[in-house]
Design a binder for this molecule. Structure first.
Ligand SMILES: N[C@@H](CCC(=O)N[C@@H](CS)C(=O)NCC(=O)O)C(=O)O
Length: 311
């Protein structure tokens, strides 16, 4: 199998979720750093438009969104599992809540003025302005949640997380599962990037102790890879055979159609290509790029929109 290549940057919370899962499953991986804001020409040569962080590349297969990346890593390395049999639905639902509601409240809390001062300490004013403009555009111009609302919501969520940890080391038992990695990453940003605001954890010692256990998992030891090498790897590989999962059509769009896939909120840059798979869980597009060659770009079904376009 080709190497696992993670396209990411160090301060990305969603990337931290995947880095820890790679460490937990003891998978070898290579690291390509991507820009924090647009333009990201080397990344979008692979994805065809999707610009969020992180993206996983395996040869000429490009996996967008951490929910799908979790599924791919689970298939490659089933133990230790991310999806405990007894709590499968609940673990995934808590993970989805954490990646959306918890992440939104925590990041609005983290980006109050004292947090912004720490995140951008030493950065030039133009860099800060460019970052703010990029993220405001990603939110379609909408403001972040007000910081007082975010603080109250984050505190309530932390108490609920503490409740889940009263009698166990991890959210669903004695081992971390997908929910732990999703709940951890927004809290990690508070602790690591905005430590001036980390006093919010003081009322929930169970959460603090659990965060130390999560942090101890580590990232394994990534190898280095340049963006140019990653593009070469894609170009010289063939996408993996699509496994015969049943075609599920909810849109009246057949395989072979020219389509567009985009996230359904925050960061709507679409990817266009030929629909080559649509299972209950994911979509796959075939597209060709001058630099990346012929690639398959994969998206989860949940959280993404599919539309037909004229070829
Ligand atoms: N649902 C996506 C969310 C990813 C996401 O929002 N990542 C943030 C960084 S933590 C992002 O893309 N920010 C803008 C950027 O990096 O360009 C996932 O699970 O991968």
């Amino acid at each position: 199998m080709s190497d696992l290549i993670l396209h990411h940057y160090p301060t990305s919370p969603f990337a931290e979720k995947v880095r820890l899962i790679l460490g937990h499953k003891q998978l070898a991986w290579k690291s390509v750093f991507i820009p924090m804001i647009m333009p990201k020409p080397d990344l979008t040569a692979l994805t065809g438009g999707y610009r969020k962080t992180p993206v996983l590349q395996i040869g000429a297969d490009i996996y967008c969104d951490t929910a799908l990346i979790c599924d791919v890593l689970e298939q490659l390395a089933p133990t230790p599992t991310l999806y405990p049999e007894a709590d499968l639905g609940a673990a995934r639902i808590v993970a989805q809540w954490a990646d959306s509601a918890l992440f939104t409240a925590a990041m609005a809390y983290n980006f109050q003025p004292a947090g912004v001062a720490q995140v951008f300490a030493g950065a030039p004013a133009e860099g800060v302005q460019a970052f703010v403009a990029d993220r405001t555009a990603m939110r379609g111009g909408a403001a972040r949640m007000a910081s007082a609302d975010a603080t109250g919501t984050y505190k309530t969520y932390l108490r609920r997380i503490a409740n889940m940890l009263h009698r166990q080391d991890f959210l669903f038992g004695n081992q971390p599962c997908v929910a732990d990695f999703s709940v951890y990453h927004p809290l990690w940003f508070t602790q690591e990037r905005t430590p001036a605001l980390a006093g919010i954890f003081d009322d929930t010692p169970e959460v603090k102790a659990w965060m130390a256990r999560m942090q101890a998992i580590g990232h394994g030891t990534p190898g280095k890879c340049s963006a140019e090498e990653a593009l070469q790897i894609a170009k010289s590989a063939n996408p993996a055979d699509l496994q015969g999962e049943a075609f599920m059509d909810e849109h009246g769009i057949g395989l072979g159609s020219a389509v567009q896939i985009a996230a359904d909120n925050f960061g709507l840059e679409p990817t266009e290509g030929e629909l080559v798979a649509a299972t209950h869980n994911h979509y796959s597009l075939r597209r060709t790029d001058d630099r990346a060659g012929s690639v398959h770009v994969h998206f989860p079904r949940v959280g993404f929109t599919l539309k037909k376009v004229s070829p």
